[in-house]
Ligand binder design. Structure first.
Ligand code: NAP
Ligand code: MG
Length: 475
């Protein structure tokens, strides 16, 4: 069993209260994690608050060097961190190694932008001079989920640090190791003490303590809509910026003129990470004219997927926990009751671990639970459509609005559909994953605030305006 302590002010703190992390592929214990209580979180915030005084004055180029050093350290430890990531998430080692690489890319991307956090000059009368500057906010709080812990932690921690803020991060109990590894890598890379603090713990104690701490100046939460709404209530008596990155129920729309091979590949991307991805294309809409042919392509791909106990051999990894597995199973049962037909999968393949077969469901009504609620598992529901107008209406008939896919060889149509879809991102003829350099906005109940790209630099800074009188008369 590995052990992980809290990271507060550059010190590792062991705690008598610990939680056990289990490997989703076997449910065997792999690590013991220190649990932070309210006073530990208060200490972490206080440390981040003192570290801010110095960190905010570090010049942008040096700040960039620090972030680049973190990226280098992550890459140097790629194998080791990927092993921990695989043990806690059940994803393959190659998938985990890609997560480490993506995490490094976030640090590198924002390292290159520290000197681009600029203000502007505003032309006023001859007697005045006005300029703005972007200043850091202070201590930022980051609450991280388990589904892609290292990548999702890095995507907010890197821009927060780049802007001159300090960080207190709370990873999910189910998968805290990779985030702790990031903390260790950052310390060893020379990030000053207190700039990045990691307080693993329960959402109901450490999470609540972070959210309600009145010394934090910003909060970034990635997770479920229910907890996101609760957090918004909790901070409602303070005017701090909030980033809520919540759920999705994304439509993936295939028109009759699409490249069917490419679209079928795009459709089965849902099964990456066993469907535990916020932007996954969970609702597949297929044009009536090609429906049968296209579904055959999808189903044959899904039937070729092998579910195996070994995370490096399986085509679909284990779900995070036994309760996630039974939740997926009950969603599929509810689809059967709603008249759905199971075209592939639909079972728990074996006892060991939290696996579920990749599943394709047809003929469920648009208002069935599987059509409306986020399943967060390897379940694709498929719908037949006739017209552009109809499919746009049905695709938009969801509380979420994170991502969408459109497949067509008619670019005019692609742009029309993109114009009408209520989603933060519309992909055309690919179902590409989010990357640091493009925005990842959320519509509707999928969130507020902004991560990624230069939008994050605006989120993690506030504008100060300086307006002064000038005397331009030569003497
Ligand atoms: P979750 O239950 O909301 O938990 C997310 C984090 O919040 C965990 O660290 C959790 O701690 C913590 N937490 C729970 N209750 C809290 C409270 N009262 N106060 C403060 N923190 C609290 O979400 P999840 O089930 O882990 O993650 C799946 C969800 O995340 C899905 O809905 C998915 O779509 C969404 N997601 C969204 C994005 C995006 O970018 N939009 C990305 C990934 C995932 P513990 O679990 O340790 O108790
Ligand atoms: Mg949860």
């Amino acid at each position: 069993m590995r052990e992980y302590d809290l990271l507060v002010d550059g010190e590792t703190l062991s705690r008598s209260e610990t939680a056990t992390v289990r490997d989703p592929s076997s449910n065997q214990p792999v690590a013991s994690i220190a649990l932070a209580d309210e006073s530990d979180v208060a200490s972490a915030v206080a440390a981040a608050d003192s570290a801010f005084e110095e960190w905010r004055t570090v010049d942008p180029v040096t700040r960039g060097h620090h972030l680049r050093d973190v990226a280098d350290e992550l890459r140097a430890r790629k194998t080791e961190i990927a092993e921990r990531h695989t043990e806690e998430t059940g994803r393959s080692l190659s998938d985990s190694a890609r997560s480490v690489e993506y995490a490094a890319e976030y640090f590198e991307y924002y390292a290159g932008l520290t000197h681009r956090i600029t203000g502007e000059t505003v032309p006023l009368s001859h007697e005045e001079f006005d300029y703005t500057r972007r200043e850091p906010l202070g201590v930022t709080g980051h609450i991280i989920p388990w589904n892609s812990p290292l990548l999702l932690g890095s995507r907010s921690i890197a821009p927060a640090l780049a802007c001159g803020n300090t960080v207190v991060a709370k990873p999910a109990q189910l998968a805290p190791m990779a985030v702790h590894e990031l903390g260790r890598a950052a310390s060893d890379a020379g990030l000053p003490d207190g700039v990045l603090n990691i307080v693993s713990g329960r959402g109901s104690t450490a999470g609540e303590a972070l959210v309600t701490n009145d010394r934090i100046s910003e909060l970034t939460f990635t997770g479920s809509k229910a907890v996101g709404l609760h957090i918004r209530e909790s901070v409602s008596d303070r005017l701090i910026p909030l980033n809520l990155e919540l759920g999705g129920k994304s439509p993936n729309i295939v028109f009759a003129d699409a490249d069917q091979e490419a679209a079928a590949e795009g459709a089965v991307k849902l099964f990456n990470n066993a469907g535990q991805s916020c932007y996954a294309g969970t609702r597949l809409f297929v044009a009536d004219g090609i429906y049968d042919e296209f579904i055959d392509r999808v189903v044959s791909r899904v039937e070729a997927m092998n579910v195996q106990r070994d995370p490096n051999e399986t085509d679909v990894s284990a779900l995070i926990s036994p309760s996630a597995q039974s939740e997926v199973a009950s969603y599929v049962d509810s689809a059967r009751e709603a008249g759905g037909s199971i075209s592939a999968g639909g079972r728990i393949p074996f006892e060991e671990g939290n696996f579920y077969e990749p599943t394709v469901i047809e003929d469920v009504p648009d208002d069935a639970a599987v059509s409306c609620e986020e399943i967060f598992g390897p379940v694709l529901t498929v719908y037949r459509f006739d017209s552009e107008r109809e499919v746009v209406e049905r695709a938009n008939d969801t509380e979420y609005g994170l991502y969408a896919g459109v497949w067509t060889s008619d670019l005019d149509r692609a742009n029309r559909i993109a114009d009408h879809l209520e989603a933060g991102t519309v992909t055309v003829n690919n179902y590409a994953s989010p990357i640091p350099q493009v925005p990842f906005p959320a519509y509707k109940q999928s969130g507020i605030g902004s991560e990624y790209a230069t939008a994050a630099l605006h989120h993690y800074t506030k504008v100060k305006n300086v307006r002064m009188s000038v005397d331009r008369t030569l003497r």
